[in-house]
Design a protein around this ligand. Structure first.
Ligand code: URA
Ligand code: SF4
Length: 265
């Protein structure tokens, strides 16, 4: 981005403990970016067709009062937001403080999907505002993105799993119609799944992040890239290099999508 001094970027990357690894170099494609990803990802695998492998059927809502998947599938933003705010479709409702709907640009090209709210998110009602959120914001900044500007951020579940445990399959399935509707309304060009819970639930099958990254998958026809969760990266230094590769791959994929050269096979 123009005007962002290199020193600030470097400082930021150092703070993340990834300065030397996430070092960018001179642009190759005329981007105003401070640099370009080190590895060429232009030869990336074409957009794979994995459409509709994603969970399509969900258990009926126990409430029977406008939280059924069929109703959710027709909602506009205000109705969707209200429905989430009053949802009791899974057990996570019981201990939540605030529901965490999602945040950002509703016309975004980029959608980042995490797992579920942590303590800070549960207090504030916004995704990724705790420690992992700081890293996510820095990851976004490293590829010239920021929360709210052409970026939407959401989670697989809208209510905090107690003790930050992973959401259970039933909880993720109960909540899926909300994310599905958000995605239909946003119509992002690219979805980036952050971590295994997001990956598994968006893909509708179990696999390791290691085996899923570096390829373009699809969620209901929308290109989907898988990378590590920022909270995991905070604990696992070596994989930060891989996360940076994944972000570079996402950037080059987005460039192809925006220029209309990415073809689903
Ligand atoms: N981790 C997530 O997956 N989502 C959040 O919103 C915060 C932390
Ligand atoms: Fe409803 Fe989702 Fe919260 Fe469960 S996690 S209560 S399905 S909003």
């Amino acid at each position: 981005m123009s005007g962002k001094p290199d020193s600030r970027r470097e400082e930021m990357l150092r703070e993340m403990g990834i300065g030397p690894v996430w070092k960018l170099r001179t642009p190759e494609q005329g981007r105003e970016h401070d640099g370009e990803c080190e590895q060429s990802v232009e030869s990336a695998v074409p957009v794979a067709r994995e459409i509709d492998a994603s969970p399509a059927s969900h258990p009926p809502s126990p409430t029977g009062s406008g939280h059924e998947p069929a109703s959710i599938a027709k909602m506009d933003w205000p109705a969707l937001q209200a429905s989430v705010a009053s949802c009791v479709a899974c057990g996570l409702y019981a201990k939540r403080n605030k529901t965490v709907f999602g945040v950002g640009d509703r016309n975004a090209d980029w959608l980042f999907v995490g797992e579920g709210p942590g303590a800070e998110e549960d207090t504030q009602g916004e995704p990724f505002v705790g420690q992992a959120g700081v890293l996510l914001d820095n990851m976004l900044a490293a590829i010239d993105l920021k929360r709210g500007a052409n970026v939407y951020i959401a989670n697989i579940v809208k209510c905090r799993p107690p003790g930050n445990r992973n959401p259970q399959t039933e909880e993720a399935h109960a909540c899926a119609p909300y994310l599905q509707r958000q995605i239909e309304l946003i119509r992002p060009k690219l979805i980036v799944a952050l971590g295994k819970v997001a990956a598994v639930n968006l893909l509708g099958r179990d696999a390791s992040i290691a085996s899923l990254r570096g390829e373009v998958h699809a969620y209901r026809g929308i290109p989907l890239i898988i990378t590590y969760h920022p909270a995991y990266l905070l604990r696992t230094l070596p994989d930060k290099a891989k996360a940076w590769e994944d972000l570079c791959f996402a950037v080059s994929t987005m460039q192809r999508l925006q220029s209309g050269t990415a073809v689903a096979n």
